[in-house]
Design a protein around this ligand. Structure first.
Ligand code: HXC
Length: 257
């Protein structure tokens, strides 16, 4: 594995997956997401693992999908790449997954943290869906999961402005389980995973499935709708302009085309 590291030595029955593209703030390229899917599938089958923690580093959990990889794509390219089948596989993981978030959790990074079952955040964590600033919109569940977690008004504000939510605000709105000082966030997530790993693995898996079921029928429809609109935007000039402007480090000029 090139972009993730799996460590099992921290706590009994707990596996830690570290996202490992630090220079790019753990931007989620297709290869990283494939490795993450594969790693999770292996851990799901591994009898010695009962709970999983996914972490980035102190500066970034993940700053989103890889804009450089997406910038030149059109809707048909995006549809053919079908990256969301990877996300769907991750969603099927039976064992509990805790996101340990420090620093940026933006775009696909925020969506990945929300795809996990629980979130432990450091005081420095910043959650957000800034896709609107590069001419697109969330595509991996942001419009659905953020709205369910925060309610319509706050979610709409974040999705339409691209503003970030601080760790304490995220806790206040119920997006995260707990906020701790940055030096403890990973330890806190591992401790929570260890506590769960002491329970019956079968009961944990079925309970996780049942809690998720409480909103999944609607989620399926919502995700489908979100993806269609996300793909559609890749045929707009504003998507090209927004992503090129990011790469060239200049403000974008949107024309509505
Ligand atoms: C590709 C990225 C990146 C990204 C950061 N980098 N985010 N590369 N994709 N999403 C790269 C930068 O280009 C830079 O590389 C290096 O990481 C460090 O980033 P800086 O911008 O120099 O750091 P800083 O000034 O501290 O700003 C941090 C930041 C900013 C605020 C997080 O990087 C940022 O705005 N990133 C983009 C966030 C975003 O829009 N995410 C949504 C993506 S779309 P170089 O080589 O220049 O040093 C998305 C869709 C999801 O996620 C749906 C499908 C899965």
């Amino acid at each position: 594995m090139k972009f993730i590291v799996i460590e099992k030595e921290h706590r009994p029955h707990v596996a830690l997956i570290r996202l490992n593209r630090p220079k790019e703030l753990n931007a989620l390229n297709l290869e990283l997401m494939r490795e993450l899917k594969q790693g999770l599938q292996e851990l799901d089958k591994d009898e010695g693992t009962r709970a999983i923690v996914i972490a980035g580093n102190e500066r970034a959990f993940a700053a989103g999908a890889d804009i450089k990889q997406m910038a030149g794509k059109n809707s048909v390219d995006m549809l053919k790449i079908d990256q969301f089948s990877t996300w769907d596989q991750i969603r099927k993981t039976k064992k509990p997954i805790i996101a340990a978030v420090s620093g940026f959790a933006l775009g696909g990074g925020c969506e990945l943290s929300m795809l996990c079952d629980m979130i432990i955040a450091s005081e420095t964590a910043k959650f957000g869906q800034p896709e609107i600033k590069i001419g697109v919109m969330p595509g991996a569940g942001g419009t659905q999961r953020l709205t369910k977690a925060l309610g319509k008004a706050k979610a709409m504000e974040l999705v339409l402005t691209g503003d970030f939510l601080s760790a304490h605000e995220a806790e206040k709105h119920g997006l995260v389980n707990k906020v701790v000082p940055v030096e403890f966030y990973l330890d806190e997530a591992l401790t929570l995973a260890q506590k769960i790993s002491a329970m019956s693995p079968l009961a944990v898996a079925l309970a996780k499935e049942a809690v998720n079921r409480s909103f999944e029928t609607f989620l399926d429809e919502g995700l489908h709708f979100e993806r269609k609109n996300f793909y559609l935007l890749f045929n707009s000039e504003d998507q090209k302009e927004g992503m090129e402007a990011f790469i060239e480090k200049r403000p974008p000029k949107f024309t509505g085309k």
